[in-house]
Design a protein around this ligand. Sequence first.
Ligand code: SF4
Length: 458
Amino acid sequence: METNFSELYKKYNVPGPRYTSYPTVPYWENSPVETDWLQSINQALNEAEKAQVGAALYIHIPFCESLCTYCGCNTRITRNHSVGIPYVQTVLKEWQLYLQKLERKTKPLITEIHLGGGTPTFLKSEELNTLIRGILNTVEITKDHEFSLEADPRVTTPEQLELLRELGFRRLSLGIQDFDLKVQDTVHRIQTEEQVLKITEKARALGFYSINYDLIYGLPFQTLDSIKKTIEVVQKHRPDRIAFYSYAHVPWIKPSQRRFTEADLPSADQKRALYELGRKMLQDAGYIEVGMDHFSLPTDSLLKASEQKQLHRNFMGYTSRFVAPQIGLGVSSIGDSWRIFAQNEKHLETYQARVEKGEIPIFRGHKLSSEDLILRRHILNLMTRFETEWNEESNQTEFLEFVPEMLQEAKKDGLLKIENSSLKVMPQGKAFLRNICMAFDARLNRKAPQTRIFSQTI
Ligand code: SF4
């Protein structure tokens, strides 16, 4: 039977989560207080240190010089760079609060530091140096540590990369999105191939061994022709990894997305065609599709992790290993101890004021129930391996009885196979992975959102 994808896109293009967490943020309800959060981190730190794997730190730098209109991140737009040093001092103070309140006898063992944003390279070299050395002086680092950062090619300098390399950073993720000038102009992010190439080459020369390009499909005015040209440029520069994200149109949450109209956006059919073309071109160039919307060269650890079933997915997307706890520092950062999620204040001044008062500045989160923990594992399995099974008591929960019934239609459409408490996503089902995960989302199924929250799944 020939699959009619156009019909399937119509049928399955519904609002749905991207599952960077389970439960998804709108369903967080059981907020931890500071002591719950600290206890949970201590427990996860003990487990991580016993296994000699260490913890991860995510540090959010919210500043950007200008607003890209598609952006879904927590940002503060400013050209005033004097905000950098007070912010760095607050983050270091927040980290000191953790060190005091965790009351550990030894320095915590850390295996990952990730600088995200916003634009981490908004900070000057001296500020980045103060921030990272301020952290490194207080922790032990595992031998196989990985430090990574997100960078904007328009504002990142060779000197910043030199410093970050000296501090141990070896992974770099560049925000590219699209090389077409009309698309760039519409989303208010004009950047040239030369800017991207300069940073890519400098990073390679310095020994950064994993360079990622972030691309987006589904942006206003993108066409098959514009995507083709963008991917041709990407093929030429051969980043180790590519995140080829689906644009999430949520103007009711991000009003800057109202600067273009829905008529400027490709339809669901057209959007998927953009992805299919990009995927084919990347595969022809030797990239392997990993997880949902990600591609890796055979030499990169993301592919190895996928082959060894070690791939993980968190708030930043796919990573090559599972690390817990993840402690989030900075405004709006999310921490994850596996059993608890906790998010910092999203408003910059409130975040700073709470740290000044000596409080761990979390304002919401979720303590996972035993059902949440089991369903979290299944959704993660689907997102990273395209399969899951629930034939042992430890991975079973009552809700799973309803899942095969909910997926009957998807099974008939050839998107998946379900046999004896195990599910496998078929190749034609990969485009509908978010929809398949939704069947495992007990919270979403018990209570549909009352307002528009999620972007469309296609
Ligand atoms: S540079 Fe990145 S974080 Fe800043 S506005 Fe643009 S997309 Fe958002």
